[in-house]
Design a protein around this ligand. Structure first.
Ligand SMILES: [Zn+2]
Length: 322
């Protein structure tokens, strides 16, 4: 059996670029501190817009070569993040980008939106069996903002967690990406009246689908030391994120606070020790035997100490619930 680092983190994302935008700092942080970071991307992002003019004909409606091109963009992004273990769910090209909700592309026979849940979850279970991650990161039930592939990634990840739990090797903790209301409100205040206001048309932070009350946030990962890695990973997805993107304009205004700090809710598992008024964890492994500073002898009860530690047997009763 392969020997992997003690701490193993699995991230399940829908398209190339989601890893960088949503969780890039977290990934870079854990990779840099010696954890095994595995990224699973469910589609090639074939239906994305192309923001590089000379590559415009790669688009789905033209040569339909964008998905293949984005494999290379994703590889470059992973290099920027220091992440070496990247997989496509079911292999590259198994599931196609479904496009935005309601479009005809949702009906494509290979669209991820059409995927058989147990088949797709089974593919993820095999990765869990191989890697035994203690922590999994994915989206909430609305897929953070409602894209069908993000919703499906959530469903597949949570179903895989359920199936792996039945076999005794589910990740002990499952997190969903989130943005605290206070952070969004600070951004809205900062940008109010500016010409490049990314919140234009939004009156209240709660109108944003990913707005989460601060008290429901479980973890705040301050990886501000990795903000440059995250930005480099985003720049690697040049077909998707143009130089004039609001993401970069926010980054320019908030710097490492925006680029390097990421937030999560805890969907399954026990919350570890935390800080501040809401007890936010500062480590996704908080409370687990493999967390930094934990008593390492407590992991020794598993029959296979290489890949089967006590953390993997934590209860998973809260699957899919807040
Ligand atoms: Zn996406």
């Amino acid at each position: 059996m392969t020997t992997l680092p003690d701490r193993r983190l699995l991230l399940v994302h829908a398209h190339p670029d989601d890893e960088a935008i949503g969780t890039g700092a977290t990934m870079a942080h854990y990779a840099a501190t010696g954890a095994h970071v595995t990224l699973v991307t469910c589609t090639l992002g074939e239906e994305g817009e192309v923001h590089v003019p000379e590559l415009a004909q790669l688009a789905a409606a033209e040569a339909d070569q964008l998905g293949g091109y984005r494999i290379a963009e994703l590889a470059a992004a992973c290099r920027a993040l220091g992440v070496t273990d990247h997989r496509f769910l079911g292999g590259a090209g198994r599931y196609r980008d479904s496009g935005m909700m309601g479009l005809a592309t949702n009906e494509h026979p290979r669209a991820f939106w059409q995927a058989d849940l147990d088949v797709a979850a089974g593919q993820l279970v095999e990765l869990m069996r191989e890697l035994r991650p203690q922590v999994m990161v994915t989206y909430d039930g609305n897929g953070f903002y409602g894209h069908p592939d993000h919703i499906q990634a959530h469903r597949v990840a949570m179903r895989a967690h359920e199936l792996a739990a039945a076999e005794g090797f589910a990740p002990a903790k499952v997190y969903w990406t989130a943005m605290p209301r206070s952070v969004l409100e600070a951004g809205m205040t900062h940008f109010a009246g500016s010409s490049d206001n990314p919140f234009a048309g939004i009156q209240e932070a709660v109108e944003l689908p990913f707005c989460t009350p601060d008290e429901r946030i479980a973890a705040r990962i301050d990886a501000s030391g990795q903000h440059a890695a995250k930005e480099a990973a985003m720049r690697a997805h040049a077909t998707q994120i143009p130089d004039n993107s609001w993401l970069y304009s926010i980054a320019g205004n908030f710097g490492s606070e925006f680029m390097g700090v990421e937030y999560y809710t805890l969907a399954s598992g026990d919350k570890g020790p935390g800080f501040g008024p809401y007890g936010w964890e500062d480590d996704l492994f908080a409370g687990l035997p493999v967390a930094e500073g934990s008593d390492r002898t407590s992991v020794a009860e598993g029959s296979d100490q290489t890949l089967s530690d006590g953390a993997n047997r934590a209860p998973v009763g809260a699957t899919g619930q807040w």
